[in-house]
Ligand binder design. Structure first.
Ligand code: SF4
Length: 477
């Protein structure tokens, strides 16, 4: 769809709404004659901003409008974006077969506006109504938003002033999954980099430890993620965790997670290392419990490997276990997805995270159009999970996700991941180590965030280890 903007400069607002509602179309500025066209205009009259949109597709033209009180400064900019998006939403939705469950709410953190609204003293019922009336969010998704917002508010209340969350990334995997755009280096080709990477990471751990002790900060949670951290050998894992334990003040650490991820990398000796070093939470990620679908996406393991890794983990230690599933994988359908969910629920992990497949530019495999996953298929999965006693507690969305749907973290017995909530809802500071690590230093109640980025690729990370160490030492919190 071509777009034309008149009277405002909110290009991103226009593009975000077009992508959210018409993800399978290409959107470009109006510089060609003919074809579908969307016109977004804005006028300011008597203290009001008035946004209008007209959308012509084929032989159907629709219109939408939104009037908002004019405001100054940053709030004024937000109001203009809101008005532009809302007018567009009202025009575009008339071309769709059904209303999107997330309405006009774009962005990856849908719980954040609900949390801010609740912090202003609004009740749950008022917040639900506000999400429905102002953003056209469906009642069930508004409920999800509230659940995630409440978990975030609870986390915010208990956050100590000296608390910081720690992330360390291991960007290696046994093979590349077809849907993944993450900078994960497969071990067959890049295995020789693991040891130098590990050494460089130990140096950064030490530097970050010096910095955080100088700043009188204690660790609230540790998350070793990836990639697949269990591509490290048992000895490397032992060294890394021991280095973290000796470099940081973990006296008030609430949770220590290691993503074990791919079951073929999980061995008894690695699990013993995790258990002996006080790791409290691990992830074993099936993505699907269907062998054919695993093969379709380039995972080099079977469902039997997942079940075996899970029972080894249960025997090795008292871990809280998370299991990730992805809805909308190629070769999967509503029934087989539901079967995967049921089989994971039977295993009874403390956490289940359901992701919706998202098309990503850097991923090796191109998927078909969005919409291969329907809302009712996903809702059926949620029903099974919730009936088994799990509750949703964190939430995020991705551009180009199947069906325009969401990713949800569920927990049983209130075993919420502290790190996941802090990271997802941008609560407090996160210090990130390793290639691709992005430290986020928050101020003004999460409204202002300074990001400090490490080099993306492991080879750069190894080569630039000296400057990374110095940069870490220079951080002030
Ligand atoms: S295991 Fe995870 S990080 Fe590694 S390639 Fe697969 S999806 Fe990406």
């Amino acid at each position: 769809m071509k777009y034309r903007i008149i009277g405002h400069d909110r290009l991103t607002a226009v593009q975000d709404m077009l992508i959210a509602l018409l993800p399978d179309e290409k959107h470009m500025p109006d510089d060609l004659e003919g074809g579908d066209l969307c016109i977004s205009t804005l006028e300011r009259t008597d203290g009001w901003v008035v946004a209008a949109a007209s959308v012509s597709r084929g032989d159907k033209t629709t219109c939408g409008e939104c009037r908002e009180r004019e405001q100054s400064g940053e709030e004024g900019k937000r109001i203009v974006s809101y008005a532009v998006k809302t007018a567009l939403y009202r025009a575009i939705v008339q071309h769709l077969e059904s209303e999107p469950v997330w309405g006009s709410l774009t962005g990856v953190k849908p719980a954040k506006p609900a949390r801010v609204y609740m912090q202003q003293g609004n009740s749950i019922a008022d917040t639900e109504k506000w999400l429905r009336d102002r953003y056209f969010v469906s009642p069930d998704r508004a409920e999800l938003c509230i659940a995630a917002a409440e978990a975030a508010l609870e986390t915010e209340r208990k956050l100590r002033p000296d608390e910081v969350q720690l992330y360390a990334g291991i960007p290696f995997c046994p093979s590349k999954c077809a849907y993944c755009s993450f900078v994960s280096n497969d071990m067959v080709r890049w295995g020789h980099l693991i040891e130098p990477y590990h050494r460089a990471l130990l140096r950064e751990v030490e530097a970050a430890g010096v910095m955080l002790s100088r700043e009188n900060r204690r660790i609230g949670s540790v998350y070793i993620g990836g990639g697949t951290p269990t591509t490290l050998s048992a000895q490397q894992l032992d060294e890394l965790i021991k280095a973290i334990r000796s470099s940081f003040d973990l006296s008030a650490c609430r949770e220590f997670t290691v993503e074990a991820g791919r079951p073929e990398t999980i061995t008894c000796d690695k699990l013993e290392v995790l258990a002996h070093n006080g790791v409290s939470r691990i992830s074993i990620n099936p993505q699907t419990m269907n062998d054919q679908v695993l093969e379709n996406v380039g995972r080099k393991h079977t469902v039997a490997d997942i079940i075996n890794a899970y029972s080894m983990a249960r025997r090795a230690g008292d871990f809280d276990i998370n299991m990730d599933l992805i809805a909308g994988l190629p070769g999967d359908n509503g029934d087989s997805l539901l079967n995967s969910v049921r089989r994971v629920v039977e295993l009874d992990p403390e956490n289940i995270t359901v992701h919706c497949l998202a098309r990503k530019k850097g991923a090796p495999m191109r998927f078909g159009k969005r919409g291969e996953l329907t809302r009712s298929e996903l809702d059926a999965c949620y029903e099974v999970i919730e009936k088994a006693g799990y509750k949703p507690y964190y939430l995020y969305r991705q551009k180009y996700s199947a069906g325009g749907l969401e990713n949800i973290g569920f927990c049983k017995n209130d075993k919420k991941s502290h790190y996941n909530i802090c990271m997802m809802e941008e609560i407090g500071d996160v210090v990130a180590l390793g290639a691709g690590g992005i430290s986020k230093l928050c101020s003004e109640q999460g409204q202002k965030i300074v990001r400090i980025c490490n080099p993306k690729y492991p080879i750069e990370y190894v080569e630039r280890a000296d400057s990374i160490v110095n940069k870490k030492l220079d951080i002030t919190l």
